[in-house]
Design a protein around this ligand. Sequence first.
Ligand code: SAH
Length: 269
Amino acid sequence: MKVYFIGAGPGDPELITVKGSRILSEADVVIYAGSLVSPEVLSWCRKDAVIMDSASMDLEEVCRVYGEKKDQGGTIVRLHTGDPSLFGAIQEQMEYLRAEEIDYEIIPGVSSFQAAAAALEQEYTLPGVSQSLIISRVEGRTPVPEKEDLEVLAKSRATMALFLSIAHIDRVCEKLLTSYPEETPAAIVYRASWPDQKILRSRLGELAQTVKESGITRQALIIVGDVLDQNFEYSKLYDPAFSHGWRKGRLDEGAENGEESGAESGKGE
Ligand code: SAH
């Protein structure tokens, strides 16, 4: 028996990977997070697959399913929303599986922060504005290490994507406003890639009010940063004056490519 942790994607059932959907379609048992994974993703499953909603299960109960099937053949899929590496609570499950010598593998998925960027038609890393994306959350019922308090992270004024924080929008804004100016652009993406997706745009100074008026209290990302304003330098990657490993600049014939340009062309589509 083998356990697969699969990133189901942000909602749209077509945003699971080809590999993820293939393994899902062959699974004997599927444990999914009912509150966040679209039931449509389950349409990839075999008709006779045992499907369990993890919403009402604790870690022990999930692990019991793994344990019970240990000596049988076949596969169990643990379907996580977005990509399992972010706020997925998979580390403790893997620890259990390792201890029990149960084979497992992780298949990544499209995270909601990526679906939010697509919905906003936004690049998070604009030259001269921000070259970093901070993925974090504000403390709620679950704490955040003090060294990563939003007030500390805010000092860089980089682009931010905040998960699990929309219900604490007052606290988020209060902390971010210690470093980001009030006029910093911000956006809320509710249920990115779902049919009822909603986008709110605001400025940090009015963001809490905007969120309250919308009534959105869950399943949303908070995106903050100057990249949301359309005022930026064009990427050096496509600048005719700029050479890199794969293309010689028209105005800069003969210049050697630097390490940086190689890295940038790796990501620049
Ligand atoms: N592993 C997931 C995140 C799980 S934590 C991922 O990679 O996306 C759950 C939080 O993710 C929610 O509180 C919300 O902040 C965010 N989230 C998940 N799906 C979302 C979606 N479709 N649109 C906006 N935010 C989403």
